[in-house]
Each structure stands twice: as C-alpha cells, then as structure tokens.
Write a protein that binds this ligand. Sequence first.
Ligand SMILES: Cc1cc2nc3c(=O)[nH]c(=O)nc-3n(C[C@H](O)[C@H](O)[C@H](O)COP(=O)(O)OP(=O)(O)OC[C@H]3O[C@@H](n4cnc5c(N)ncnc54)[C@H](O)[C@@H]3O)c2cc1C
Length: 397
Amino acid sequence: MTELAGNYDVVCIGGAMTGSSAAYFLSENPDFDGSVLVVEPDWTYDRANTTRAQNSIREQFTNELNIRLSQFGMEFIADFRRRVEVDGHSPEINFRGTGYMFIADDEAAYEELERESHDQLALGAEVEMLRPAQIAERYPYMNPDELAGARVGGMREGSFDGWAFFQGLRQRAMGNGATYIKDRVTGLDVDGGRVTRVRLESGASVGCGFAINTAGCRARDVAAMAGLELPIEPRARTSFMFDCRTPIEHVVPLTVTPFGVHFRREQQHYMCGTVPTTDIAIDPDDFDIRHDEFEEQIWPVVAKYVPQFDQIGVVTSWGGQYDYNTLDHNLIIGPGSDVTNFLFANGFSGHGLQQGPAVGRGLSELITYGDFRTIDLSPLGYTRIERNEPIIENAII
Ligand SMILES: Cc1cc2nc3c(=O)[nH]c(=O)nc-3n(C[C@H](O)[C@H](O)[C@H](O)COP(=O)(O)OP(=O)(O)OC[C@H]3O[C@@H](n4cnc5c(N)ncnc54)[C@H](O)[C@@H]3O)c2cc1C
C-alpha cells in the first residue's frame, strides 16, 4: 500500500472506469503538472459496475452531447492500444463491430426512429433505416412479420472487453504517476465553499485542490459528505447469457426491442437484459440476480423477433446496478454550485463505459483550464439539477 503524502491536487473518490479515466486524462495532459490520488476500497472491483456491464458502445443517442461523448469513446477505442501502452505492453480490447439495431413495431415508432436519425446523420453517425424486407435480407434469422422496420448503426458500434478497457486506463494512469490507494472516503471537510480535506476509513486524511466524485452508485452518499443532494440511486439490472440450439451464422447487432429487452451476441452465446417490471431504488449492496426476468420478460420477447430463440437456455447470469439519475438518466458533470472544487462525474444510467474517455478528458480540461475545451459539457452540469430542468434523451436502454 502507498504511504500518503499531505496534499494532492486532485483526489478521485472511486477508482473504477470514471476515476481511472479522470486520472488517465489528467496525467496525460501536458498542461497539468499536479498530483492525482485515486481512493478505491475494492481492488478486485467485484462490486464496481464497471465490471458488471455489457460492454457496448453506440452513437445512436438522441441528444447531441451523448452522441459526441460516445463518438470520442469510439475514437479512443480505435486507437486504444497505443493510447494505453506502458513499457511496450497494452491490453487487447477485442472490439467487435456489429452495430446496434433499434426495432420499430409500428409505423409511428419507425417514423420517430427516422426523425432521430436525421440529427444523428448530421453529427456524422453511421445509421440507416431498414424496412422488413431489407432486414430479412441482411439478418435472415429475424422474423420480418413482427417488424415495421429498424434503425441500424455502422460497424463503429459494437462490443469490447470492458475489463481491458478500464485496466488499460488505470495502468497507464499509474504509469504516468497517479497514486492509487486502497481505502474508502468517509468524510469531506468543507470550508469557505471548498473541500479542503478528504477523510479516509483508515484514519488518514489528505488535503486536496479538487475532489472528484467518481463513486458510481454510491455517489449520492459521497455528495452528502459535502452537504450536496444528488438524485442518483442504484437500480437493479441483471445480465443473462444464453445458448441457442441452432447457431446464427450472421452478424447479430445489439438489438433493442420496444419492450425494453435487448440482446447481442457474445462469442458463441448471446447476452441480454431488460428493465425490471418494478424499477425502484435498491440497496447498494444488493447484487442479487432477478432470475424470473429471463422467463417472464426476456424469453417471450427474444423468441418473438428471432424464432430460433424459442429453444434457448441460460448459461450464466449476474447482478448489476445502474447509477440511475432520477431526473433525466444522463450524466452530471462538473462542480456542485455551493462547493466549487468538488466535481461530479455521476449518473450515467447505463452509459458510463462508453462515455468514460470523454468524461475523463472533460474533467481534466475543467481542472486544468477552468472550462471545457473539446466538447462543451456544461449543459450536463449540476445547475440543471437545481433548476429541475431535465436534458432529454429518448434512447435509454
Ligand atoms: C448491466 C449493466 C450493463 C451496462 N452496460 C453498459 C454498456 O454496454 N455500455 C456502457 O457504456 N455502460 C454500460 N453500463 C454502465 C457502466 O457500467 C457504468 O456507467 C460505469 O461502469 C460507471 O463507472 P464508474 O467508475 O462511474 O462507477 P463504478 O464502476 O460503479 O465504480 C465506482 C467505484 O467507486 C468506489 N467507491 C464507492 N464509494 C466509495 C468511497 N466512499 N470511497 C472510495 N471509493 C468508493 C467503488 O468501490 C467502485 O469501485 C452498464 C451497467 C450495468 C449494470
């Protein structure tokens, strides 16, 4: 374990994807010459949602900022090994481009997907609208009778190894000099509208220039340590991997159905999930698997669209949590207005892996230059929470 020095310019509270991305981009920024401390109690990351995700990236959002955040994630993935290399080594991210497919059951839904595609195309996204006959030609395993059409993304959308993604950032940040310490933040000293000290479970404490809340589903508790309210709560999301008796020989995009059920291929199996019928706040220690969801919600839906999914069996499953922003399901980034050096990077509600690189870069800009330089993320700031003004995003999975 690393011995703590008295002061750090930046302290990240939580060291999974978001904390490690902030540490990475700060330590890569030639204009930042400060010190970075990442405090993380669980070095197995077993309960970080970073290791419980479905590891996919898309540009089919409806909000411009979400599109641009993910597009930077795509750029980062395309050049991943070079960007995270340490002493000639970097992890293999194993990106598989498949596209996402958003299904429309009726004409109104098709027209809505098409309307959204105009903004996506204007922002450089690779998307196209398909009618049932075109879907049947490209994806012959789909049942065209159940479809009015779909919007399909290009091969920059797809899936990757989430563990390698986050570990690449973490190891490079450490290689650049960021300090990781195994401990838990238990309190923040606030004086004159600034966090002055970060208190740790071990009894140690450090002074800080900036503190960043990168605590995922526990972000609300950490915000409360500085006297701030954050509308974020853990929501259960179970993932299932299933096997199908008849293999599919074609590309299987990450397919999003109108029922909230989604599925994609994972090696020789298929990964899927849905939104629980009763979607409420759960205990942050609750990683229980909601077994009933598979038979009651998922199976009937996947078999409706893919007839050969009539004969499938669950291979494995695991519990996870969305760090769910109850105001608008979108990221909150930047300072809480009453505590100016305490930055949020929370509330991803299911998009935090793909948005991780752009968020880390944005935090580095905010700390180094006092404003965002590449993507102006200020509309995603905390003041919208205080004003109770949600940012609209229609494509929530
Ligand atoms: C089922 C599922 C599927 C998903 N699929 C995708 C996907 O396909 N694509 C995508 O982009 N995103 C996906 N996500 C979302 C993504 O996993 C998260 O948004 C992302 O991992 C958030 O990273 P984080 O570092 O902010 O939080 P976490 O990974 O949850 O990490 C938070 C860390 O903070 C630490 N911490 C907590 N409290 C303290 C404290 N007091 N002091 C110090 N440390 C503390 C914890 O130990 C933990 O390691 C999915 C999530 C789930 C659950």
